[in-house]
Design a protein around this ligand. Structure first.
Ligand code: SAH
Ligand code: SF4
Length: 351
């Protein structure tokens, strides 16, 4: 049994089964999530007898197996991680000058089938457990040797984006549990302000993110009207734009309007990138505190879309910025190793 992913209460319950006092759970937590140890024998403060018991038990602190690691010229790193049942996901680290973001996956595949998304072309196999979500981050830290948890300011792995494979709000209980573990100040301790969760718009769950977690929200908007969105994002037929905007409003009522929502907008040539689309988009988000993030479409084999060209994207961005919306263009990272937005999929290296 892997202990990674247990809540504090669950960890305590496991130790109680071994006849241990509650304070031992706090110590063990520290060794697992602050120190990042994988070997019980190194957990010196636990005392010899307990260490021995743990060694002899069936408990592990195993990370997923690394099936493949790729490094891009821009230093983006991507792993294909495999879990015990043979299922696998991709996880990405995107370095900046003196910090960086780990992009976590939440499902094997995705049920939503957005037409422009490589992950969406892989049907959902299963949800990841809380432990599998946390373990992706821990394995990334292992890879950079960033243990014990350094001071916030000096970390390379400083931020988390829940923007990998899958739709986090369709696996909400596990995502929530994982993020609560990751945010715990006596462990991995990534602050909620450094975590951004991206959703395609699972309306009923959006307010709960503000209530339960207080992390930042990004919404895969990608279209100014239902007509366009229905065509490229099937989920829109279930949760149309009016309802999505209402849920965003609620998110901000709970989280406060200083909590800007990032509206992600993938620029698709001839589909959603006209001047009229930009104007319609601003009408749509009226009353919300938002910034836009324009994403040049990243190509993948078999996808018919093309990215808007640079000039069109600049013009689209300028229109939004004229009206005082922040609308930066997201720089594509790790494209040549298929690590950029929307390119992830659990495909095996070919022999
Ligand atoms: N399921 C969640 C989390 C995935 S985030 C969501 O959809 O928000 C991945 C981000 O990359 C989303 O904004 C997604 O819409 C975007 N994306 C998907 N395919 C893309 C592509 N081919 N090029 C650029 N961005 C893409
Ligand atoms: Fe799923 Fe998000 Fe890709 Fe849509 S964009 S298919 S919701 S991962």
């Amino acid at each position: 049994m892997n202990l990674i992913g247990l809540s504090r209460a669950e960890l305590q319950a496991e130790l109680e089964k071994l006849g241990e006092k509650p304070f031992r759970a706090k110590q063990l937590w520290h060794w697992i999530y602050w120190q990042g140890k994988t070997n019980f024998d190194e957990m010196t403060s636990l005392g010899k007898p307990l260490r021995q018991k743990l060694q002899e038990s069936s408990y592990t602190l195993k990370r997923p197996e690394i099936i493949r690691e790729q490094n891009a010229a821009d230093r983006t790193r991507k792993w294909l991680f495999q879990f015990d049942d043979g299922q696998s996901v991709e996880t990405v680290y995107i370095p900046e000058e003196d910090r960086g973001a780990v992009c976590l996956s939440t499902q094997v595949g995705c049920p939503n089938g957005c037409l422009f998304c490589h992950t969406g072309s892989q049907k959902l196999t299963r949800n990841l457990t809380a432990g599998e979500i946390v373990a992706q981050f821990m394995a990334a830290r292992d890879s950079y040797g960033e243990w014990p948890s350094p001071a916030q300011e000096t970390r390379y792995l400083s931020n988390i984006v829940v923007m990998g494979m899958g739709e986090p709000l369709l696996n909400y209980e596990n995502v929530k549990k994982a993020l609560l573990i990751i945010m715990d100040a006596e462990g991995i301790s990534i602050s909620r302000r450094r975590i951004t969760l991206s959703t395609c718009g699972i309306v009923p769950v959006i307010p709960r993110v503000a209530q339960d977690l207080g992390v930042k929200l990004a919404v895969s908007l990608h279209a100014p009207t239902n007509e366009i969105r229905d065509r490229i994002m099937p989920i829109n037929r279930k949760y149309p734009l009016e309802e999505l905007m209402k849920a965003c409003k609620q998110f901000q009522e709970i989280g406060g309007t200083r909590q800007y929502i990032t509206m992600e907008y993938v620029m698709l040539d001839g589909i959603n990138d006209s001047d009229a689309d930009a104007r319609e988009l601003m009408r749509l988000v009226k009353g919300l505190a938002v910034k836009f993030n324009l994403i040049p479409f990243n190509e993948w084999q078999g996808c018919p879309f093309k990215s808007s060209d640079e000039k069109r994207i600049k013009r689209f961005s300028a229109l939004l910025e004229e009206h005082n919306y922040a609308a930066p263009v997201r720089q594509s990272r790790g494209q040549e190793i298929m690590a950029a937005c929307g390119q992830l999929k659990s495909t095996r290296p070919s022999a």
